[in-house]
Write a protein that binds this ligand. Sequence first.
Ligand code: HGY
Ligand code: MN
Ligand code: MN
Length: 427
Amino acid sequence: MNQTLSIDGARLYRTLDALGAIGGFEDPHSGLRGVCRLALTAADGAGRRHVVELMRAAGLEVRIDQIGNVFGRRAGQNDRLRPVMMGSHIDSVATAGRFDGCLGVLGGLEVIRTLNDAGRSTLRPLVVAFFTDEEGARFGTDMLGSAVATGRIPLKDAHALRDRQDLSVRDELAAIGFLGTDEPRLEAPYAYLECHIEQGPVLRTAGVDIGVVTGVQGICWHELSIVGRSAHAGTTPMSLRADAGVAAARINLALREMVASGRFGPEFRATMGVIAPYPGLVNVVPGQVTATVDLRDPDTALLDAAEAAIIAFYAEAARLEGVTIQHRRSARTPYVAFDADIQRRVAEAADARGFSRAAIVSGAGHDAQELSRLCPAGMVFVPGEFDGISHNPRELSTERQCADGVNVLLDVACALAEQAATLEELS
Ligand code: HGY
Ligand code: MN
Ligand code: MN
């Protein structure tokens, strides 16, 4: 276990602030500086170019694949061996903070800088990666780049995805200059590590320094198209209405009742994040509503049951309101368990540095769950202030919290990078 080296926490924090300024905005609700770098927008492009410069400044050889994933590689003493990869994402939701995803990418870069400063080489190559559109907030499905890299989503399907302005992933990649040429199917790294903020209250409330992530809960997203009839709000009797807005409201309340019923377990969570009425005017009964449903559960069977239940309710809401409701499953990932050996290494690294630690299931989706199909993968969580709030400009992990997580990342990455060639690598 690497004990002699430690990262430069102040330098790491400065890099987080600098990237956080790209796509920065004044949040009107909180007055805080937030981040908006929706995938493949000009702001994302600027953030990508900034990180590529940091990769090159750290001496990494940079390549870009056809879905816009970016990999910075540091040669190993035996450069034929499979690399240890550290990564995450730098795209954000529209109301983000500066830590979600960025800590894993800039933390990986800080590990590289620390090794460079110490003149330390590793047996295996090291790679720092950022994957395209982890959030899924613009093109509708999450972990897009890492799902293509690991074969869950075909490249042509990913390229064809369109946003609400009918702009395609492929065209938007080209527009920001990140439609790379490399084949996107990734050769299996030796291991994949991701340092990430918890994005919830568990670690901070328990006063724990490091989260040893055991896995990621299941995720299911639906896009709903609810069509009724626009009508005059004053002259149309209630009995003659086909109100898409009320249908959406019925579904939203049904989600809350499903959670309260306990039928889908104590961890089940349900959210209607998008509720977009058309025409959205004070004196017009909404004729259409575009809405989304986000279901999460660590128990894949219960998640399946919840999805079946809400689909059945769509028909009931349509009947009650005299509207039509079409749904499209836009994302679906099962519970994913992380590699036991990597969990052990994260725990040991935390112990060796005297950090308190706790096992935790991730409530959020992450690129690591996609990479776990290719190689042993694991995550290091750091706590966040203000109940670990995230997808909100109030998101905040302190310099110390970030440094603790990235020091554990450093230790585990260095230990894995000294693992001898496997028989398969020698053959
Ligand atoms: O939605 C999620 O869990 C992640 O932030 N993409
Ligand atoms: Mn994230
Ligand atoms: Mn996120």
